[in-house]
Design a protein around this ligand. Structure first.
Ligand code: NAG
Length: 111
């Protein structure tokens, strides 16, 4: 699996949780607010933004319609793909199996 980013909107009382080795959120409540990539670029229309080479990346995210919040969080997840692992189909390769995952969170307001 490639390096990728997944973004989520945590609406209230956000308890930040883990993402499993496949980039899936481990608590169902967060799946409701995984954001789609918008704007027509890489990953557009999906929830997975392919990570490009190093450097600044810009992307647009589609917020759920009608959402307003004074204290919510945009959660950024980066799943790296540079470890060797079991692909689950009898082969092994770089990017398969558990990978390092990095997260960042930003407090935001949506008006
Ligand atoms: C096994 O899975 C990996 C990762 O999805 C894929 O790249 C590879 O082509 C697959 N190999 C076979 C033999 O299906």
């Amino acid at each position: 699996m490639q390096h990728l980013f997944v973004f989520a909107l945590v609406l209230s009382g956000g308890v930040l949780i883990a993402v499993d080795a496949h980039g899936r959120f481990m608590k169902a409540c967060f799946n409701q607010n995984v954001l789609r990539i918008a704007g027509g670029g890489p990953g557009s229309g999906t929830t997975k933004l392919p990570a490009g080479p190093t450097g600044l990346m810009r992307s647009k995210l589609q917020l759920p319609s009608g959402v307003r919040c004074n204290h919510c969080i945009i959660q950024w997840n980066y799943r790296a793909g540079n470890n060797w692992g079991d692909c689950g189909n009898g082969t092994s390769a770089t990017g398969c199996g558990p990978q390092e995952t990095f997260r960042g969170c930003s407090d935001i307001r949506i008006r």
